[in-house]
Ligand binder design. Structure first.
Ligand code: NAD
Ligand code: TDX
Length: 353
């Protein structure tokens, strides 16, 4: 469908910036409106390469601001919303759950209600509200080979995953109650360029570079399922255009790693790229107090997405990790810019520096 006008919320964040870039480049006939509050995690630097494109507009706004969302959807005749804006870091949710309930739950509700108000008036035809969620809503798996499927019962444990679970339920409720054309996807851990360096992979790449301790929670036994961020963005594009209304799709790379094994790969790769001898930085591994309520294992079964829409991850993990390591090592200025100010203070208090 040509000439669509799409809001992408959270477009200045990690995954959102990849989705905005993909849509702006691939769909010159669409109008892409990036709605972002620019919290500590949102950086317009992530989108420097496309900021002057004629099919792109940035709007600094809070999704909790119902009147602003309503006016934007109405004035711009928006027909699609891809909703990524959220508070996304589990450790922060443990310290400050209210902010997560506000943005993730009330913000999503405000956006849904604004879209409903406009779209009920103009008709549901051709409209789409696509909500981006996480595998963490399914809870924790044991080491038994089982995977999260679309039918897996929700069992969130952290304030972050509880807030995402709640927002997922609101999205489905808007379909079931009002007939809003919605889609929800639940994705595994993403990695790649432009991820805020509080998350495991970018934080540890930077620490290895400067030979700072690597704070491994617990024994490093927890397992996560990792997907390269551009593969997630491709899945979002496909599902936005071809996914079935009211469906849920799991997105993941069938790529499980125990944290400690992943950290060893990171050390090896950074040392290789920097020309340091193998094993030079192994002693940076520092076991620290475990995260409260730390989910043992996440693993996504994305076979529905493959069989119904033909999506598969394009990148092998070793290749993706090396690409990611090189990007962070080459983009020190980006790292310095996004970690100045507020984040520095938070990081210092978190690790008692
Ligand atoms: P991020 O923290 O990097 O970016 C979030 C963006 O949302 C930022 O640009 C921020 O400024 C913006 N934002 C926050 N509160 C806002 C508000 N009230 N109004 C408007 N904008 C606001 O997050 P991310 O890692 O890119 O995650 C994006 C989405 O994908 C989230 O919904 C997250 O739950 C989901 N997700 C993330 C992962 C992952 O591994 N990172 C995996 C699965 C799902
Ligand atoms: O310093 C650390 N030490 C450590 O051992 C950090 C930051 C993390 N960890 C562990 C905790 C997790 O088991 O590494 C694993 C990955 O941690 P994060 O990068 O914080 O990601 P996670 O908690 O798994 O959540 C991520 O994936 C799902 C994203 O932050 C979420 O937004 C997404 O929904």
């Amino acid at each position: 469908m040509a000439n669509r006008t799409i809001i992408i919320t959270g477009g200045a964040g990690f995954i959102g910036s990849h989705v905005v870039r993909l849509f702006v480049n691939k769909y010159p006939d669409y109008r892409i409106i990036n709605v972002d509050k620019l919290t500590y995690a949102g950086n317009l630097e992530n989108l420097k390469d496309i900021e002057n494109r004629p099919n792109y507009r940035f709007v600094k706004a809070d999704i909790c601001d119902f009147d602003a969302m309503l006016a934007l959807i109405k004035d711009e005749k928006v027909d699609g919303i891809i909703h990524l804006a959220a508070e996304s870091h589990v450790d922060r949710s443990i310290k400050d759950p209210f902010t997560f309930a506000r943005t993730n739950v009330l913000g999503t509700l405000s956006l849904l209600q604004a879209a409903r108000t406009c779209w009920e008036e103009s008709g549901w035809e051709g409209k789409r509200f696509y909500h981006i969620s996480t595998d963490e809503v399914y809870g924790a798996l044991q080491f038994d080979g089982k995977l999260f499927r679309e039918e897996t019962k929700y069992d969130p444990h952290s304030p972050y995953s509880a807030s995402k679970a709640s927002s997922d339920h609101f999205v489905r409720a808007f379909h079931d109650t009002y007939g809003m054309p919605t889609i929800v996807t639940n994705c595994s851990n993403n990695y790649g360029p432009y991820q805020f360096p509080e998350k495991l992979i970018p934080l540890f790449i930077n620490n290895i570079r400067y030979r700072k301790p690597l704070p491994v929670y617990g024994k490093g036994e927890n397992v996560r399922d990792w997907l390269y961020v551009e593969d997630h963005a491709r899945a979002i594009d496909l599902i936005f255009h071809k996914g079935k209304i009211a469906e849920t799709y799991n997105i993941g790379g069938f790529n499980e790693w125990k944290n400690i094994d992943l950290i060893k790969v990171l050390i090896k790769t950074v040392d290789k790229v920097l020309g340091r001898p193998e094993g030079a930085d192994d002693d940076l591994i520092t076991f620290v107090q475990d995260r409260a309520g730390h989910d043992l294992r996440y693993a996504i079964d994305s076979s529905k997405l493959k069989s119904e829409l033909g999506w598969e991850p394009s990148l092998q993990f070793e290749e993706g990790i090396e690409k990611t390591v090189r990007w962070y090592l080459d983009n020190q200025e980006w790292l310095d810019n996004v970690t100045s100010g507020d984040y520095q203070n938070y990081y210092k208090s978190m690790y008692k520096l």
